[in-house]
Design a protein around this ligand. Sequence first.
Ligand SMILES: Cc1cc2nc3c(=O)[nH]c(=O)nc-3n(C[C@H](O)[C@H](O)[C@H](O)COP(=O)(O)OP(=O)(O)OC[C@H]3O[C@@H](n4cnc5c(N)ncnc54)[C@H](O)[C@@H]3O)c2cc1C
Length: 285
Amino acid sequence: MEGNSLGRNIYAPKSLNELLHLREQHPDTILWSGGTALLRMQKDPVPFFERDIIHLSGVNELKKVRRTERYLEIGAGVPVKKIINVGQHILPFALAQALMSIGSPAVRNLATIGGNLGFRDGRLNSFSVLMLMDSIVELRMSGKSRWVQLGRLNSISATEVLTRIRIPFRNWDLQYFRAIGDPLLHPMDSLSFTVLAETNKGIISNLRFAVGNIGKSTLRSIDFETYLSGKKLRLSGRELETAVNIFQSFVQNIEGDLTPFQKDRSIRFVRWFLRELRDVYIFTE
Ligand SMILES: Cc1cc2nc3c(=O)[nH]c(=O)nc-3n(C[C@H](O)[C@H](O)[C@H](O)COP(=O)(O)OP(=O)(O)OC[C@H]3O[C@@H](n4cnc5c(N)ncnc54)[C@H](O)[C@@H]3O)c2cc1C
């Protein structure tokens, strides 16, 4: 344990067991992974944290990447840059895009996937993509562990640590991610769009679409997804308009979650995306 200028004390565990034990003993501490989100949220020019810190950088168990035939498993402490470097044949394109749009190269060197998912004030870039891919996350506490579907993860308790993310491999023929704005400093003006779909002989199947980076929730319209799944590419003009209308009425009926700016941009995005899909998507199977 060391004293420092950031807060009161920094604990620097050297193993997962030590980390879980410390977390149990000191549930009021801040988990510090890359520290980029924690520092970004600091208002003072000289950062100061009121609580003690547990620094995760010495815990090697959190820094592993493993690939099996069925899934890619990423340790919570793996830096975003290293995940991007895993390569395009392994890393799903939409996830790579989501990670590439985090900060600058210097930020991505430090920023970790665990910190991106562990951020408490809202959902950040990787959340929607990983959720749509049916990823599961491992949460550990001293003597206990649980795997949870990311989409069902409501909160991480004070004694838990997010340790691994498991992403099943699927043939997502169509993948798209785009983020607008700064989800940390300006969450009311920020937004992300993720689209995933499989196609088979020119038919869209299993289309998934989420609007994220909008605070603590992530939006999905099951009616919109169901309408498009089963449609043949290219979409007719009428199908496109119907899909936009379904999404528009979904967004307009949401109370509280989206600002007018976010509503307007999501509808525009859907229209743009469906037009691209109709006009540009060339079926190559
Ligand atoms: C200039 C700048 C621009 C940025 N732009 C973006 C952006 O556009 N999109 C975006 O998504 N992010 C952005 N970020 C934020 C940040 O870089 C990323 O979200 C990053 O992935 C956070 O990872 P970290 O390791 O630095 O997290 P940290 O700052 O260390 O932690 C973030 C939160 O997660 C918790 N946490 C960390 N690890 C764990 C764990 N293993 N288990 C449980 N909780 C944990 C921490 O306690 C803290 O609450 C930006 C940051 C900067 C500095």
